[in-house]
Design a protein around this ligand. Structure first.
Ligand code: SF4
Length: 456
């Protein structure tokens, strides 16, 4: 029987939930497999390390990744498939999902892409591959080639199908982790125009039963043998339902677990009562996507609050929650120097008040409202930095060539071109430190949060 390897990139210091959920699904179906985690937080974007890591894998490879790793992954997989043509390659996750049809059309060495949540679909696909059953048209969201033609099965969107407990036992030395992550709900009711999450996920939130959530947290506490640990709540819209958050906090307090937690907040969903309850139940960090100091930009991106409201809530949050983070974005294609000046002022003011402030260049997000409107103006620039990946002069030439050849696949490495781009870039210089540049390997001075969508 073909040996199967599930591979996931690990960016943060907590166990990668995606791989653990896939492991849950595969175990449930009795499929033999190994889970391997590529430590992206340690190796960074190292093509050679990635290739050696992949080369040492099973006959069926199921790989989940974000958009940033796609060029590296595609280059490494091309080489791998040349050496081991019999390997079956399945991609999934947020990066490949957005451009599944384009990848399958352009790169014939990739066999399948599963769009959306693969917890129940991956086992189904692997069983068909292993049994030689060629029927694939009933696997939702599957993209592949049949008789050299592209086939894209019905896809209803990215609905996370959360099983009871992720397969934590699949991670070696799980006890050594201090940070864990959890989902309590899925979906987002908001419509920020730079984000595409609302297009592929439910607007009406899907909630997990809070008793199940607490059971999972208690399980993590037992892994840690009741030593102190930190929990990151992944939900995009955790604070939307105040009543439920208060209930969650009360349940947590009853359990008296040795932990603290963090989550994404949203300015227009917060009030003092909520912050106080969250703080009392161990919330020590909250992350807000403010995006701009300009009310005109906030209106344009449909954020749903003003900068004045944002400042008020941020200062209130700081009163209750030790680490309050405010993230701003710049290089919106309609941004004027005055808009960025307001962002800069808000940044400096909040920083002086003890808020952790971040500034990130805008990344194009496929199918977001902004992308659809301005995609004709996308261009590649050596000057526009990224919060996450290396500048082009630090990338392997093969990756840069790929990005240039297939802009519709690697759009994430492009930026919007607009009248005031260079003026704003110059003005942002002192506030923004890219993580990887040719002359300096300085770490970003601000804490970066992963993801191709803005949060909160
Ligand atoms: S940026 Fe956050 S709040 Fe806005 S639509 Fe995306 S996930 Fe929802």
């Amino acid at each position: 029987m073909d040996k199967c390897t599930v591979i996931q990139f690990q960016y943060d210091n907590f166990p990668p939930l995606g791989a653990l959920y896939l492991a849950y699904g595969l175990e449930k179906e009795g499929i033999g497999f190994e889970t391997r985690i590529f430590p992206a937080y340690k190796y960074g974007y190292d093509l050679n390390k990635l290739y050696s890591f992949l080369a040492d894998s099973g006959d069926i490879l199921a790989i989940g990744c974000y958009s940033d790793f796609l060029p590296y992954l595609i280059v490494a997989l091309k080489k791998l498939k040349k050496r081991f043509p019999e390997k079956v390659i399945i991609l999934g996750g947020a990066g490949p999902t957005e451009v599944a049809e384009e990848i399958i059309s352009a790169f014939h060495f990739i066999n399948f892409i599963i769009k959306g949540c693969g917890v129940y679909l991956l086992p189904k696909l692997i069983k068909r591959i292993q049994s030689g059953n060629g029927k694939l048209d009933d696997i939702h969201g599957l993209v592949y080639r049949h008789n050299n033609a592209l086939v894209s099965n019905y896809y209803k969107g990215f609905y996370l199908n959360i099983p009871d407990l992720p397969a934590y036992h699949r991670i070696e030395n799980i006890r050594l982790y201090d940070y864990f992550a959890i989902f309590t709900s899925f979906g987002c009711p908001y419509s920020c125009t730079f984000c595409s999450f609302r297009l592929v996920s439910p607007r009406k939130l899907i909630y997990r039963d809070l008793d199940e959530v607490i059971k999972e947290i208690k399980f993590i506490a037992s892994i840690k043998k009741h030593k102190k640990f930190y929990l990151h709540i992944y939900d995009e819209a955790f604070v939307v339902n105040k009543k439920r958050v208060i209930e969650f906090c009360n349940l947590l307090r009853l359990e008296m677990l040795n932990m603290s937690w963090d989550c994404y907040g949203r300015i227009n969903d917060m009030d003092e009562e909520l912050l106080e309850v969250m703080s009392k139940s161990g919330c020590r960090k909250i992350y807000y996507g403010i995006e701009s100091g300009s009310n005109e930009t906030l209106r344009e991106i449909k954020k749903g609050f003003t900068i004045e409201e944002a400042v008020e809530v941020l200062l209130l949050s700081k009163k209750y929650i030790k680490t309050t983070i405010a993230s701003f974005i710049f290089l919106f294609p309609f941004e004027k120097p005055l808009d960025f000046y307001y962002t800069k002022m808000a940044y400096l003011y909040l920083q002086a008040k003890g808020i952790n402030v971040q500034l990130h260049p805008l990344n194009p997000v496929k199918n977001s409202e902004i992308y659809l409107k301005y995609k004709k103006d996308l261009f590649q620039s050596k000057e526009v930095p990224s919060s996450y990946w290396p500048t082009f002069d630090l990338m392997p030439k093969t990756c840069v060539k790929l990005i240039k050849t297939y802009p519709e696949i690697f759009y994430y490495y492009y930026c919007y071109n607009f009248e005031h781009l260079h003026k704003i870039l110059n003005s942002a210089d002192s506030l923004f430190t890219p993580k990887y540049t040719k002359n300096s390997k300085r770490k970003a001075k601000n804490e970066a949060v992963r993801g191709s969508v803005g949060m909160g």
